[in-house]
Design a binder for this molecule. Structure first.
Ligand code: M6R
Length: 359
């Protein structure tokens, strides 16, 4: 039931702070240590490489997860689009461990990979929102997202739940492996900050509604740009905008723009820069300057400690690895209000179904 909300998507965006707290409650004990099935941790520890597989938004969540796993456990991790992996399996490491990300647990492309991987005898984990779903039943292990039903076709709270749960799992695995590098990442405290930060962003809806009306209502195309983890969020942000508002949006690595794609920038093309990482903030800002001088309408989503006076949206500070949990929220809302402003059916965009059960 969507209660007083006009669309499920807005309700689901608003639920994200609660989902963060729910994950803390489900997976972290009072002193903040992850509580994860020991058998799962021991199988993961034996792996020489983690393979993360997903489609659409779940693939984008995997892009963030890979960084979390590598940084907190030291295990090399690679992310794959399920429909690609299914038909072009790369040269495999000796001891692979597979992580399937799927909100619905029913995505045919992802299941195809799972079936093949099982035939080859490799251990698998499904991270899903739906208990007893196909991919949950068929994998060796399951972790549930506890995000509550996600009804809108555009996935929102499942993305942030997938990112947060991968952070918890990576932390738990890092601790089990006694990795020194994990020690100062207090996942419980960080997810608490994330929940508060998300609440502040969803409380600033009016501002996002007017930004959407002013900059995104008219143009036929738009860009989200960023580097590293911000680029991964740019991909997810662009998908949201495309899927529900039909603006042709592209998520782009900001340094790559000048190698060709900048030719698409015209007067008033919206270019939204995501700036949350110390090492690359200055570089992304200079890439934004390059598009300003070609007439683009530049907007910015920046972390507080990197913010400048004319940034459009300022995000509360959290650990650099967890910034996607905040930077994606304004992008979700910009997509929502652009779609709403055009009078579209936000929850049921054309040509799309909630779960894609064909390959
Ligand atoms: O249920 P899944 O997470 O496996 O679904 C994967 C994609 O179909 C899904 O994320 C899709 O891209 C969404 N419509 C994005 O908002």
């Amino acid at each position: 039931d969507k209660g007083t909300y006009p669309f499920y998507m807005l309700k689901e965006v608003d639920e994200q702070p609660v989902v963060m707290r729910k994950l803390v409650q489900e997976y972290l004990d009072t002193d903040g240590s992850p509580v994860i099935e020991p058998e799962l941790l021991s199988r993961m520890q034996q792996a020489d490489k983690l393979y993360v597989v997903g489609a659409g938004t779940s693939y984008h969540a995997g892009l963030i997860g890979a960084r979390l796993f590598e940084r907190l456990t030291g295990i090399p991790t690679q992310v794959f689009i399920s429909s690609e992996f299914a038909y072009e399996q790369p040269i495999m490491s000796k001891k692979p461990f597979f992580i399937f990300l799927t909100q619905s647990g029913e995505t045919a492309d992802s299941r195809e990979v799972l079936v093949n991987v099982k035939k080859q005898g490799w251990p698998t984990l499904t991270i899903t929102n739906v208990p007893k779903s196909t991919l949950s039943r068929e994998a060796t292990f399951t972790l549930l997202l506890h995000a509550g039903p996600e009804i809108a076709v555009a996935s929102t709270k499942a993305y942030t739940a997938q990112v947060a749960l991968q952070a918890i799992l990576a932390k738990g695995l890092g601790m089990a492996m006694r990795k020194q590098l994990a020690i100062d990442f207090d996942v419980k405290q960080q997810l608490g900050l994330v929940a508060v930060g998300m609440q502040a962003i969803v409380d600033s809806k009016d501002q996002l509604e007017s930004v959407a009306a002013r900059y995104l209502a008219q143009p036929r195309n738009a860009f989200y740009i960023g580097r590293g983890i911000d680029w991964s969020v740019a991909l997810e942000s662009a998908l949201k905008l495309k899927e529900i508002s039909y603006v042709q949006a592209e998520g782009f690595a900001s340094g790559e723009l000048k190698h060709g794609t900048i030719a698409l920038i015209e007067d008033k093309t919206p270019v939204i820069g995501i700036i949350t990482q110390d090492r690359t903030a200055g570089l992304t800002r200079s890439n934004l300057q390059e598009v300003v001088s070609r007439g683009a309408s530049v907007l910015t989503i920046a972390s507080k400690h990197l913010a400048q006076p004319d940034d459009t949206i300022v995000l509360p500070d959290v650990d650099e690895l967890l910034t996607p949990l905040l930077s994606v929220v304004p992008a979700q809302l910009l997509a929502y209000y652009t779609s709403l402003g055009k009078g579209l059916d936000v929850d049921k965009p054309r040509n799309l179904a909630k779960s894609v059960t064909v390959q």
